[in-house]
Design a protein around this ligand. Sequence first.
Ligand SMILES: Cc1cc2nc3c(=O)[nH]c(=O)nc-3n(C[C@H](O)[C@H](O)[C@H](O)COP(=O)(O)OP(=O)(O)OC[C@H]3O[C@@H](n4cnc5c(N)ncnc54)[C@H](O)[C@@H]3O)c2cc1C
Length: 337
Amino acid sequence: MSLDQATDAETKETWILTRDEKFNFRAAHWADLHGLLYSALPQDIFLLGNLFLSFSVSDDKNSVKVKAKIIQTGEIVEIVGDLLIAADGCLSLIRQTFLPHLKLRYSGYCAWRGVLDFSGNENSETILGLRGAYPDLGKCLYFDLGTATHSVLYELLNNRINWIWYSNQPEPELKGSSVTMKVSREMIEKMQDDAEKVCVPELARVMKETSEPFINVIYDREPLEQIFWDNVVLIGDAAHPTTPHGVRSTNMSLVDSYVLGKCLEKWGAKNLHQALEEYQSIRLPVTSKQVLHARKMGQVKQGLVLPNGKRFDPKNASPEECEVLQQKTCLSLLGFL
Ligand SMILES: Cc1cc2nc3c(=O)[nH]c(=O)nc-3n(C[C@H](O)[C@H](O)[C@H](O)COP(=O)(O)OP(=O)(O)OC[C@H]3O[C@@H](n4cnc5c(N)ncnc54)[C@H](O)[C@@H]3O)c2cc1C
């Protein structure tokens, strides 16, 4: 199930905005998901610790040569293949080769994130308090809306709580090639103080007890018109940088790879162009809608100005207005359900 509730920052009073008993979801920790994939696939297909540097397509367009650096030794290696599948995320270096002037759109907010491992502390005051404040934890995806902010909370397998807290702020300067920002002790302490002011106290306590919370800067961009060039193809966030409010961007990446695999299987290596054309024609219309929809969801939940000039206000929203918060409703509006 999923539940959207609102919290008054002053009184800490909480009330339900909308609830979907039938919302079906599975939550997984990254490490568990990666572990499953890693053990299901032949080990020699992973070249861990290789940093992609550049690529070149052969004149006859039949092969791609990739240059990579082995991080541990500094050695530069070259790998030749039929097809380069760029799954290098939101800031994709491979996409930049084709679209050097493409800029991402900063959403207006960043996300503080963390996972609290409470193994051995199942009956601690923090966890019992959290279960009291969020009684359906374990089977419910909780969204907590405040004034111009919202948080997401759910339980993962093996005694872990995952939380995300979005806060509106000017665009930070990113160092390096990741949307994850390094944070200082002072920034963590400030976040914990701010959380105490606006969040449900039991959630603020979980945030305070989480070791190593981190920040993701949230970007997306207008959908691309093209996601393959010769024998180079984009999948996942590289193909469609998106804000995470559809709660399905990993699924989008997985479906991309499934569809790409099916198209390659259907057309064979000799008809690469047709396979990539079909992959693009199936995925691009769907992911484009999902990106724009997720953008709107973020704007609603962060109380930002919407295209109609208004802001969603959880204090005064009518039940009909609250329906837009439901994950299922959003998908059906888009024709996916
Ligand atoms: C705050 C937040 C909450 C989210 N919540 C959800 C959610 O609830 N559900 C959901 O489905 N999705 C969620 N997502 C989205 C999800 O994290 C991404 O959509 C997903 O990780 C995209 O997968 P990807 O493989 O395309 O890219 P990534 O996961 O970004 O993977 C790209 C990989 O490429 C590697 N790479 C990049 N450059 C190089 C290089 N030069 N050489 C070698 N390797 C390189 C990176 O190290 C990385 O491992 C959330 C995202 C954020 C920011």
